[in-house]
Design a protein around this ligand. Structure first.
Ligand code: FHN
Length: 438
């Protein structure tokens, strides 16, 4: 699956960029939007939630395309079986908060085209087609508002269900749709659902688009869609997972499964780094949607180090869970999020509210900074001396974060040498605080 996805996305992205042509040229972010971008950069950590009727199959969110399930089969088998009676949005929000997260990004509609909210422009939604019959996004929005957690909506531009998503892209070719349709009618439908999301759920943190890579040649009318969002909610941040340089009208840049500028996935090779706030998204196991067969969980140490590295790259980490069809979140995810939360309770000041740098990321770790403090995050180093380029400002003191134990240091012509006591090294992240003077 992953290899096909990588090849697919790469091929698509390389296939050229007409989408860019229709971006929001001349877009000037509003004062509210710039303020929201600052908040976003300070937040550093969010919860990604891939939830939909595909959870019923427990084979991830691409099951319709991978198992070549036709629309009639999908409609017959999944929505009628989706009844999350144990869904407790307050518990989800409490879990995110305890993990030290400041926002939640949930799938309002994924590639299968099924709306996880009460849409008036389609009955292919959770209220009209499931025994559960309630708007799970409405309940989550309320729970978030109560706890001061911002809510973002992931929205798939790619749609394997809508008849007017035509000409088809490279996916959704086994859904059994007729070879005809009007793409602009599909985009009208998409804009209508976006209007519902930005009108009926209170303040929305932003829209997380995905799927443009399915038809990069297409005329996506981005200017119209982005303007709609900025007009309805000026502070809402628009981002699109198109794996290219941000288009005018976008307010943040995301990187899927890679730190900014890296390309371990194969589909981040066309990404150009822009000037917008960064966000990296990743899974705890290897799946976005609930996958009962996927036990390849990252350790809590790996997750914390990912969060720290992301901060060192001046990026947020949006960490994913795929809830089960009954509405619960599997214990392997809950346990790791709680442990990350414990780590952040002790060390959050070295991540949240900081910017990446001043030193670019290194093989041994990263730095984050806030005011005259620089946090040196030693993630992978065992020698007693660590050499860093000499900071521009004078180093007044060096000490271990949390305990304040002094760390010996020497400044020579162009290097700062930190003397690290192996006994004081932390298994996850040894944080040396440098106080900088004038
Ligand atoms: O196809 C999607 C996938 O299902 C998931 O939503 C990820 C999340 O970033 N994005 C796409 C793959 O690039």
């Amino acid at each position: 699956m992953r290899r096909t996805l990588v090849l697919l996305v790469t091929a698509l992205v390389i296939a050229g960029a007409s989408g860019a042509a229709s971006a929001q040229e001349g877009y000037t972010p509003s004062a509210e939007n710039l303020k929201a971008r600052q908040w976003f950069q300070q937040a550093r950590f969010g919860l990604f939630i891939h939830w939909g009727v595909y959870a019923v199959r427990g084979e991830g969110e691409w099951v319709m395309n991978e198992k070549r399930v036709t629309i009639p089969e999908y409609e017959r088998d999944l929505p009628p079986a989706f009844n999350p009676v144990k869904y407790d949005p307050a518990a989800w929000v409490a879990m995110a908060k305890a993990a030290g997260m400041k926002y939640i990004t949930i799938t309002s509609k994924h590639h299968d085209g099924f709306a996880m909210f009460d849409s008036k422009v389609s009955d292919y939604d959770i209220v009209d087609r499931t025994p559960y019959g309630k708007d799970v996004l409405k309940a989550l929005a309320e729970a978030c508002r109560k706890e001061g957690i911002k809510l973002f909506f992931y929205h798939s531009q790619l749609d394997w269900h809508h008849p007017d998503y035509f000409p088809r892209g490279r996916t959704g070719l086994f859904a059994g749709r007729e070879e005809k349709g009007d793409f602009n009618r599909y985009l009208d439908y998409m804009d209508a659902q976006l209007r519902e999301l930005l009108t009926n759920y209170g303040e929305v943190g932003g829209i997380w688009f995905d799927g443009m890579w399915d038809k990069p040649q297409a005329e996506w009318r981005l200017a119209k869609t982005y303007k709609l969002i900025h007009d309805l909610q000026p502070a809402a941040l628009v981002g699109s997972n198109h794996h290219r340089k941000p288009f005018p009208g976008e307010d943040f840049q995301m990187f899927e499964k890679d730190l900014p500028g890296h390309n371990t996935t194969g589909f981040n090779d066309t990404v150009e780094i822009g000037q917008l706030p960064f966000e990296m998204c990743d899974t705890i196991n290897n799946s976005w949607g609930f996958n009962k067969n996927d036990g390849s969980y990252k350790s809590t140490k790996q997750i914390v180090q990912l969060l720290v590295k992301a901060a060192g790259y001046d990026a947020n980490l949006l960490l994913n869970v795929g809830p089960r069809p009954d509405g619960t979140i599997q214990p392997e995810f809950v346990k790791r999020l709680a442990e990350v939360g414990d780590w952040l309770k002790a060390n959050g000041a070295t991540i949240r509210g900081t910017r990446g740098g001043p030193l670019p990321p290194r093989p041994w770790g990263v730095t984050t900074q806030s005011g005259d403090k620089v946090y040196v995050h030693v993630l992978d180093w065992s020698d007693p001396v660590l050499s860093l380029p000499k900071p521009a400002k004078k180093v007044v003191s060096a000490s271990l974060f949390g305990g304040g134990k002094a760390v010996g240091f020497t400044l020579d012509k162009d290097a700062l040498l930190l003397r690290l006591d192996p006994k004081a090294m932390d298994a996850i992240d040894t944080i040396v605080v440098l106080e900088l003077g004038k």
